[in-house]
Design a protein around this ligand. Structure first.
Ligand SMILES: Nc1nc2c(ncn2[C@@H]2O[C@H](COP(=O)(O)OP(=O)(O)OP(=O)(O)O)[C@@H](O)[C@H]2O)c(=O)[nH]1
Ligand SMILES: [Mg+2]
Length: 394
């Protein structure tokens, strides 16, 4: 096992270098500091200027790479308030720092706590308050501005997220379903960054798809691309599991994984990342089904999937997730030969429609529940008032 991890680690290391070469960044760690408050002037009761605050503002034109180029030190520091002097008793405030950030950013503390999200152009978030100026209230000592280290995390927003082992054909499928042209190659880890494509229907309905780098077993231990791209599927409405019917083998010295095993391992990796992910609506496609033999294997795999949990009895325990993904639909396709890809488009649409309707119904139910509560509350008040009135009369 140690040797295996080392081999994988080497492989992963060289791939990670490649990721850096692409220049793609989806997180940026920054230091933010509000300006310090200026000193007061005790003799004349002078007030120091307040320090400026640091504000993030979402901007369509911006991306994290440009942001990093503009602030190579990754420090956002607002201006200090001026000190109060004999000549300027009420000193000037420090300048505010407004930093343009891309749309779709989550702002997290260093410990991963969500501080806020910026999802629309012009939306602002104050991330570091300036210190108050010195005055009679604080012995004329200006206060320090707020200091924090933050993570700016870029989340893609798509309707459907592709999840699968490397080489399963996710990028080939994105090509088949949309006009996007992601790189396809017979090598694991061809896709190094999320790619977006759009299904466009003749009635102008559009569905956004996100093709993600492949996951492997041990992604939670940061093997392969690790879990870092999974945040992009957190916000998608539907997961599309893309599985190579012929199974997967990372390297010659590695064990071969059957299609069924890759499904279980994917299930497990998603669960380890975020248990809610596997409760999302999901479709399973077995890819590369082109001849009779593929069809026969596909049938066997789909039987095993449908017969879970009984079919799991003979599987190695370490592959088993705590909870099995429920697939809303399973089908076989060939992304390369475009077999059943049109049918898949329609299925994706159908399930997104069902899902959106379910959300609407849930929202309506919640509104009705709130309404019921209000009515009940009003009735209680009325009964109380009537009771009180009657008591007074008696
Ligand atoms: N025969 C056959 N080959 C396919 C099919 N789909 C993809 N392939 C081949 O499988 C290989 C991997 O395809 P990709 O689309 O790059 O796979 P991927 O899942 O995006 O891989 P990563 O980006 O590494 O995660 C390529 O050589 C494709 O031509 C298919 O339906 N049938
Ligand atoms: Mg790919």
């Amino acid at each position: 096992m140690v040797r295996l991890t080392r081999v994988l680690g080497y492989f992963v290391g060289s791939r990670n270098k490649l990721i850096n070469k692409t220049g793609f960044i989806d997180t940026l760690r920054v230091y933010v500091k509000g300006g310090g408050g200026g000193q007061g002037f005790p003799r004349l009761g002078g007030v120091g200027g307040a320090g400026g605050s640091v504000i993030l503002e979402a901007d369509k034109q911006q991306n994290l790479k440009q942001l990093k180029q503009k602030y190579p030190s990754k420090r956002f520091i607002a201006g200090n308030g001026k000190n109060s002097t004999k000549r300027v008793i009420i000193a000037r405030n420090g300048s505010e720092l407004k930093v343009k950030v891309p749309i779709g950013i989550s702002v997290e503390s260093d410990h991963g706590r969500l501080i806020g999200e910026l999802n629309e152009t012009g939306q602002q978030l104050l991330v570091a308050h300036g210190g108050v100026g010195g005055s009679v209230n604080n012995k004329f000592l200006g206060q320090q501005g707020e200091i924090r280290t933050l993570k700016l995390v870029m989340k893609l927003i798509a309707d459907v997220g592709f999840v699968g082992f490397p080489n399963a054909g996710k990028s080939t499928l994105l090509r088949a379903l949309s006009k996007a042209k992601p790189t396809v190659a017979p090598l694991p880890f061809t896709t190094l960054r999320p790619e977006i494509g759009m299904i466009e229907f003749s009635d102008h309905r559009q569905i956004k798809l996100a093709d993600l780098p492949g996951l492997i077993e041990g992604a939670h231990l940061n093997l392969g691309m690790g879990h870092k791209f999974l945040r992009h599927v957190e916000r998608t409405k539907l997961l599309l599991f893309v599985v190579d019917v012929r199974g997967f083998r990372l390297q010659m010295e590695k064990e071969e994984r059957s299609a069924f095993e890759t499904i279980l391992l994917l299930n497990k990796e998603l669960e380890l990342y975020q248990p809610d992910l596997i409760r999302k609506p999901a479709i399973l496609v077995l890819n590369k089904v082109e001849n009779e033999r593929d069809k026969q294997i596909a049938e066997e795999v789909l039987d095993l999937v449908q017969q879970r949990p009984e079919s799991l009895a003979n599987m190695e325990k370490y592959m088993l997730p705590n909870e099995n993904v429920t697939f809303d639909h399973v089908m076989t396709i060939s992304a390369k030969k475009r077999i059943a890809t049109e049918e898949l488009k329609l299925k994706i649409r159908e399930f997104l429609d069902i899902y959106n309707e379910q959300i609407l119904i849930k929202e309506k139910q919640e509104t009705m529940e709130i309404f019921d509560d209000v009515v009940k509350f009003q009735k209680t008040i009325q009964t109380h008032t009537t009771e009180n009135k009657l008591r007074k009369l008696v």
